[in-house]
Design a binder for this molecule. Structure first.
Ligand code: FAD
Length: 409
């Protein structure tokens, strides 16, 4: 496989191609999402084969295949739970990087208790009319479609009245208001849905069967969130990011995110080691011990991820393994933050041109707390491990068997 892929790359990679052309070639060859089955535009590859592709692409410094929540969660969910018509229509634009999706799950009154969403969808002929509010929606401002869970039946218990849709974001009933975080970025938004429309043809799974599709989405999210490997150099996908018609050479030079795991990734053990050198602390035995801990956790996280993704690819539930992997990731990030700020000393409080490295370590430190919340908080991951691995008593749920209308009276 290695030599074949290398020859494919020799023949098809050209930095003079536009990003759109390059991603089109990858999608046509089934190399954007090779882990998907062939009927969904993939190659049915194992985790090891995907990792080998990633390593080769990273070594060659090519533009990585498209990334984002649609690729991470939407494509495999549609491939698993969608009809063949939906797979043929919805997956190719993700594989070719021309569409970006967001995840319209969390609401002001439903985050950890996700089954408590109260955004409603009401049937109107061949369409559904959606009204409600979502929050924390990453990338909503550039998304073409959203993976939406909405309540379609208020007279059954909360998990049974939900339906899953893929809704177009560019329509009059959808208003996106970006929220600014403490690291200065507006990574996520509030999304107001007021009479927004989605076709019944874009419903994934049965009416009232949305919870199991949502759980599959969360499993892909948890398994993938902590995966910091890049298959080459990441470039934002989608028409609205405006890079599709730039050449690969241009984006590599100007806008690409640097590969994770390299000294260019500020959260990697390699970056911390380089920082310790620059701060003259690389021979301090306590610093070395903490660097070794970060390095070890990085390696362990990769093995855990491999096990989880093998489970997910085999169609098995990723629950406890994904929870363990996500917790290992947030534990490592907290160590990274503490060590990098200690190494920087008083300079750790600076931002802007006066800060070491232009402040990227400081921005990283301000971003790290969000990892313990996104994709299910650390406490929720511990609940999953407690209940499903250790067999501890279940979290108390007084509303599990009550019609949702009575819960939200
Ligand atoms: C950077 C970032 C990106 C995000 N992107 C998206 C996105 O794209 N789409 C999306 O839909 N959502 C997104 N989220 C939302 C995220 O999934 C929720 O914030 C998360 O599930 C927690 O929900 P909440 O904020 O409502 O907190 P709550 O559920 O209100 O929890 C508040 C606190 O109580 C604790 N808690 C709650 N229930 C329990 C329990 N049963 N046992 C123990 N402790 C408990 C929690 O751990 C937390 O500390 C994002 C969040 C972040 C930080």
């Amino acid at each position: 496989m290695g030599t074949q892929l290398a020859s494919w790359l020799d023949e098809h990679w050209d930095p003079g191609l536009t990003v759109r052309e390059w991603w089109g070639r990858l999608a046509c060859a089934g190399l954007s999402l090779p882990q998907l089955p062939e009927c969904a535009g993939g190659r049915g590859w194992s985790r090891e084969q995907v990792v080998a592709r990633d390593d080769l692409f990273a070594r060659r410094n090519v533009v990585a295949p498209p990334t984002g929540l649609g690729v991470l969660m939407g494509a495999p969910v549609v491939a698993g739970a969608g009809t063949s018509e939906q797979v043929g229509r919805l997956v190719p634009p993700l594989a070719a990087g021309v569409e970006v999706w967001c995840q319209l799950f969390s609401e002001p009154g439903a985050g950890s208790d996700l089954a408590g969403v109260s955004t409603r969808a009401e049937r109107d002929g061949d369409e559904w009319v959606v009204t409600g509010q979502k929050v924390w929606t990453s990338g909503a401002d550039v998304a073409d479609r959203g993976m939406l869970i909405a309540r379609t039946d208020w007279d059954v218990p909360k998990h049974r009245g939900l339906t899953y849709f893929v809704i177009p974001m560019d329509q009059p009933g959808v208003e996106v208001r970006p929220l600014r975080q403490m690291n200065g970025e507006a990574h996520f938004s509030e999304v107001f849905l007021d009479g927004a429309r989605v076709r019944d043809a874009d419903r994934i799974g049965d009416v009232g069967g949305g919870w199991s599709v949502a759980l599959a989405t969360l499993a892909y999210e948890r398994a993938g969130l902590s995966d910091e490997r890049h298959a080459g150099v990441n470039v934002p996908a989608g028409e609205r990011n405006g890079l599709l018609d730039r050449t690969c050479a241009h984006v590599l030079a100007h806008v690409a995110e640097r590969p994770a795991g390299s000294p260019d990734d500020p959260a990697s053990a390699a970056a911390l080691m380089a920082l310790a050198e620059r701060c003259g602390r690389a021979s301090d035995p306590v610093v070395r011990q903490r660097l070794a801990a970060v390095w070890s956790l990085e390696a362990i996280a990769e093995w855990t991820r491999g096990r989880v993704q093998a489970e997910v690819s085999a169609g098995r539930e990723a629950g406890p393994g994904a929870a363990t992997g996500k917790l290992a990731w947030t534990t490592r990030l907290a160590l990274v933050r503490d060590l990098c700020l200690e190494l920087l000393g008083p300079a750790g409080m600076l931002d802007g041109p006066n800060a070491p490295d232009g402040g990227r370590m400081q921005r990283l430190a301000l971003s790290i707390p969000s990892a313990s919340i996104a994709g299910g908080s650390d406490e929720i991951q511990r609940n999953i491990i407690g209940e499903r691995v250790l067999g501890l008593p279940k979290d108390v749920a007084v509303d599990r068997d009550v019609p949702f209308r009575e819960v939200r009276r």
